[in-house]
Design a protein around this ligand. Structure first.
Ligand code: ADP
Ligand code: MG
Length: 295
């Protein structure tokens, strides 16, 4: 089971959109996917059509009451896609967790005990992918996401400030790797909100590729109004606008995650210079080596 934390301490960079739609795309490709909403704003829960009432299950109980994830997994309208919702209670969790022993590992324990309940009776693992949508901060909730993860995907907006703050984020990942979760790797950078008409977007994409090398996905998520509309309908992009660029981009990303290769997207052909990852220049390799030292 692959456990992916989608993280960036900046808000509005596409983490939640990616958790919902990458999750839905993987589910459509036949994988069993559980997405976990770790943001008190509960945007992911709303995006996937969960009605938040009193008594709606919440990840809060896993973090603060040592419950197994199993009790809080809800189905969505997409076959093979489940969600562990969040609610506003979670806003207090960050503070409440401070005094808890093993506070950084609560999510991992909740996931582990769920998986154990299957494996210990000879059943297969209950999911192929767990995708954790982290909040826009580097506090205890995000740390719980990192400790529970095998893979870290960083969602970035292809804007001027994209690289700012990434050092701090990579430092945190490194700290978590050293102290709490040696298995963790930053294995994917997801460039989003991309507009090929803007030179700045292309430059930032190029900069990301030259710094992170092959770890930047070939699939680029274009700015697409359908992606912004889908959450208010409580639907993934595949149910809301299956013919949109947003659906095409997230399907392409999912295939890349599965190692199925990608179809040539308009973004890729628009920026041939930016995607020379097969014949990486020495400069790229040097950057790559520098970057892998810290993850
Ligand atoms: P984060 O979780 O990082 O805060 P979101 O995924 O919530 O970011 O995205 C921020 C806003 O931008 C949301 O309103 C979302 O619908 C919109 N959005 C995200 N990705 C795209 C995209 N590729 N094209 C257009 N709008 C997008
Ligand atoms: Mg979000």
């Amino acid at each position: 089971m692959k456990r992916i934390a989608i993280i960036n301490q900046k808000g509005g960079v596409g983490k939640t959109t990616t958790a919902a739609n990458l999750g839905a795309a993987l589910a459509r490709l036949g994988k069993r996917v559980v997405v976990i909403d770790l943001d008190p704003q509960a945007n992911l829960s709303v995006h996937l059509g969960i009605e938040m009432n009193e008594g709606t299950p919440s990840i809060y109980h896993v973090l603060l009451e040592e419950k197994s994830l199993a009790e809080f997994i809800l189905p969505t309208s997409q076959e093979n896609l489940w969600i562990v919702p969040a609610n506003l209670d979670l806003a207090g969790a960050e503070v409440e967790l401070v005094s808890v022993i093993g506070r950084e590992q609560r999510l991992r324990e909740g996931i582990d005990s769920w998986v154990r309940s299957f494996v210990s009776v000879g059943r297969p693992e209950p999911a192929d992918y767990v995708i954790i949508d982290c909040p826009p901060s580097l506090g205890l909730l995000s740390v719980n996401g990192l400790v529970a993860a095998s893979d870290v995907y960083i969602a970035v907006q292809t804007e001027f400030f994209a690289l700012r703050g990434l050092t701090k984020l990579l430092d945190l990942v490194e700290l978590v790797r050293k102290r709490l979760n040696p298995a963790i790797v930053v294995s994917g950078i997801i460039p989003g909100l991309f507009d090929a008409r803007r030179n700045l977007n292309k430059e930032v994409l190029q900069e990301l590729r030259s710094f992170f090398g092959k770890r930047v996905f070939q699939s680029v998520i274009r700015e697409n109004v359908r992606l912004a509309e889908a959450p208010s309908h409580g639907k993934s992009i595949f149910d809301y606008a299956p013919e949109s660029n947003g659906a095409a981009d997230y399907m392409s990303l999912a295939k890349e995650v599965l190692g199925l290769g990608t179809t040539e997207s308009p973004v890729q052909s628009a920026t041939p210079a930016a995607r020379e990852t097969t014949a990486i220049s020495e400069k790229h390799e040097a950057h790559e080596a520098a970057a892998s030292d810290i993850s």
